[in-house]
Design a binder for this molecule. Structure first.
Ligand code: ATP
Ligand code: MG
Length: 415
């Protein structure tokens, strides 16, 4: 029988984009359509198997007006599937076959309408053009056209710098669950991060890895950009770390294995993350780690960068010195992360920035004796002052401390 983990991975691997269906205005290859119907069947089956009953939804955003082919597919009268509360019917019991997927997306708090009245302005001119982000018009892999009315909105997942994040479900079959992140364009412009946001979106859209949060698509209206993100069911890793103080060796080793795998993939695509830290990591529904924030990433084929960026505690010596830096900055951050998982604080943490800088520059590393010798060995091999001396990712993945805790069914070892 499939585990929740394998189901999550299968769902995550499924295309929600143009492979699903075509709209009247989009042309998609027939092979995609074929794949799409297989995909929807699989997802329906998978979700039905692990579905939880659905409570009546308090409200939906607006009446459904989308005329896309997806929204015309038959629905089963589930909570929120219709634009009217009256239309709600109790979901079919889980055991009855065939049932449609029914996952509890929780109660919507009206935050989007609240923000719409109290937040953000319309934007004009070049900035507006720059932020007219729509994945249905990407040249190589256009997604279907999405609108806010295509979703039933569920519980709030969090608040980001530029807007709220909600658990949502597509109204169309097979009713995907995604995290919908809103970004207010005028606030992006005020913070002068239009280019950074565009870059974050472009990078994330092109990545496909089990430990990198998937961006399925994006769309915009006059005031906002909406990102359809893979739903990280277990939330922020940082919260877990705060709750437990630190993680066990086994748990830390598993996360570092997954991180190394994801970073190796990013580097193979010439993407340097540059902002690895617990706050940027989420956990999938089966507890797998997901890299979720690409704000500081750079796509740098053969290119060495000199911009100072990232969080202080995770900065490598070469960035503090303002020297050229390359993908090895992520190896340093991986060492800091390993330490923080096991010890509960960053290795060079001090009261003032200046003192932290100094300790980083000296690689003034003090590993508590409770950390196992194997883990300490990996930390030391990652936290090398000279970037070229840092242990490469494929070797991290073969390190005894990683191998010791890797179960046979988890991430395969690199060749
Ligand atoms: P910040 O500066 O606070 O990190 P941000 O603009 O980067 O803000 P996010 O970190 O992406 O925003 O999102 C804010 C919160 O919403 C997260 O801390 C997390 O709790 C929740 N969240 C975001 N994306 C997801 C997701 N895909 N699945 C589940 N929860 C999410
Ligand atoms: Mg964030």
């Amino acid at each position: 029988m499939a585990t929740v983990g394998s189901v999550t991975r299968q769902i995550a691997a499924l295309e929600i984009s143009s492979k699903q269906n075509t709209t009247a205005t989009k042309t998609t290859r027939s092979t995609h359509q074929k794949q799409g119907s297989q995909t929807s069947n699989t997802v329906s089956k998978l979700l039905t198997k692990f579905a939880a009953p659905n409570p009546p939804s308090s409200k939906t955003i607006r009446p459904q007006t989308s005329n896309s082919s997806l929204s015309r597919l038959p629905t089963t009268g589930q909570a929120g599937a219709s634009s009217s509360n009256k239309a709600f019917k109790a979901p079919a019991p889980l055991s009855r076959e065939p049932t449609q997927p029914s996952i509890d997306i929780g109660r919507y708090d009206g935050g989007l309408e609240y923000d719409e009245e109290n937040r953000g302005k319309k934007v004009y001119g070049q900035a507006a053009e720059e932020l007219a982000l729509d994945s249905s018009v990407i040249e190589h892999q256009p997604t279907r056209e999405w609108h806010l009315t295509d979703f039933d909105i569920g519980r709030p997942l969090g608040k980001g710098k530029f807007g709220r994040v909600y658990m949502v479900r597509t109204k169309c079959e097979p009713k995907y669950i995604v995290a919908l992140k809103t970004l207010y364009k005028s606030e992006i412009i005020e913070s002068r991060v239009e280019k950074q946001i565009r870059r974050e979106i472009e990078i994330q859209q092109n990545l496909r890895h089990p430990h990198i949060l998937r961006l399925y698509g994006y769309f915009h209206d006059e005031k906002r950009i909406f990102l359809m993100l893979e739903f990280a069911g277990k939330g922020e890793l940082y919260k877990q770390l705060s709750k437990h103080g630190c993680f066990t060796e086994k748990r830390s080793s598993r996360y570092i294995d997954q991180m190394a795998d994801a970073l190796d993939y990013l580097h193979s695509k010439h993407v340097i993350h540059r902002d690895i830290k617990p706050e940027n990591l989420l956990l999938g529904i089966n507890g797998d780690l997901k890299i979720g924030d690409f704000g500081w990433s750079v796509h740098a084929p053969g290119n060495r960068r000199t911009t100072m960026c990232g969080t202080l505690d995770y900065l490598p010596p070469e960035m503090i010195e303002g020297k050229e830096h390359s993908k090895e900055v992520d190896l340093w951050a991986l060492g800091v992360l390993t330490y923080e998982f096991l010890v509960g604080c960053a290795p060079f943490e001090e009261r003032t920035h200046n003192e932290t800088y100094k300790r980083i520059m000296r690689v003034d590393l003090r590993i508590p004796s409770r950390v196992s010798p194997d883990a300490a060995d990996l930390i030391v091999k990652l936290l090398q002052h000279e970037p070229y001396k840092r242990i490469p990712l494929p070797e991290v993945r073969k390190h005894p401390w990683i191998m010791k805790y890797r179960s046979r069914s988890s991430n395969p070892q690199p060749q």
